[in-house]
Ligand binder design. Structure first.
Ligand SMILES: C[S@@+](CC[C@H](N)C(=O)[O-])C[C@H]1O[C@@H](n2cnc3c(N)ncnc32)[C@H](O)[C@@H]1O
Length: 202
């Protein structure tokens, strides 16, 4: 099995859509009448959840109608936030097929299907033309990707010349071993946490 297949297997639940709708029902929401923000407590898979996405968006200086790429979009929480609150058009790509299917289903339910598009694929082989996006972002994904040079080259290729790339990731801030399992990996085979102060050029 390749690293990417291992990563996708790690994140695959098998019945995620049903679990999410059941949790929404239990919390008193009607799955037939959902607003985008009704999903916010469960559709952001990074430290800080929605609060962190809001802070991240402020730093990106977004404006309406920007074409954005969400690298490793998960089930689409951040993409829906940028589409709904920042009025951007967002394309998300993710390795995990189940996440992409759930991202589409949730977006349909909350009436954002025309603002967000989700594609199954790899950040290391982005299936988009050169210069396609005004900006890209990546929330807690780099720690699953070893070949960061190819990742950055791929993102640069699909950005317009003045495009931006925002990253919020898990970083190593000191010495010591990572004790597995961790939320992003069961073993070291799929964990590629970068140092916050790399010594090499990049
Ligand atoms: C911790 S989740 C974060 C999801 C989303 N960014 C969020 O914040 O809600 C990490 C995601 O990265 C995706 N991922 C990991 N490696 C990837 C790769 N090489 N290409 C595309 N997606 C990848 C996984 O499938 C998973 O959905």
């Amino acid at each position: 099995m390749t690293v990417e297949q291992n990563v996708a297997q790690h994140y695959t639940h098998g019945a995620l859509e049903a679990v999410i709708f059941e949790a929404l029902r239990k919390s008193g929401k009607d799955p037939e009448r959902l607003e985008p923000d009704d999903l916010a407590t469960g559709d952001e898979f990074h430290i800080g959840g929605r609060e962190a996405t809001i802070a991240f968006a402020e730093q990106l200086g977004l404006r309406p109608s920007l074409q954005l790429l969400d690298v490793g979009c998960g089930i689409g929480g951040p993409a829906r936030y940028f589409a709904h609150h920042q009025k951007c058009q967002v394309t998300g790509i993710d390795l995990t097929d189940e996440f992409v299917r759930v991202a589409r289903a949730l977006s349909q339910r909350v009436g954002l299907a025309d603002k967000v598009t989700f594609v199954q694929g790899s950040a290391l082989e982005l299936p988009f033309p050169a210069g396609n996006f005004d900006g890209a972002y990546m929330l807690h994904v780099g720690m699953n990707i070893g070949d960061k040079a190819t990742l950055f080259a791929q993102v640069k290729r699909v950005l317009k010349p003045d495009g931006f790339f925002g990253i919020y990731d898990v970083m190593r801030t000191g010495p010591g071993e990572i004790i597995f399992p961790v939320p992003w990996a069961s073993t070291g085979a799929t964990s590629f946490v970068a140092d916050d102060a790399p010594t090499g050029g990049c």
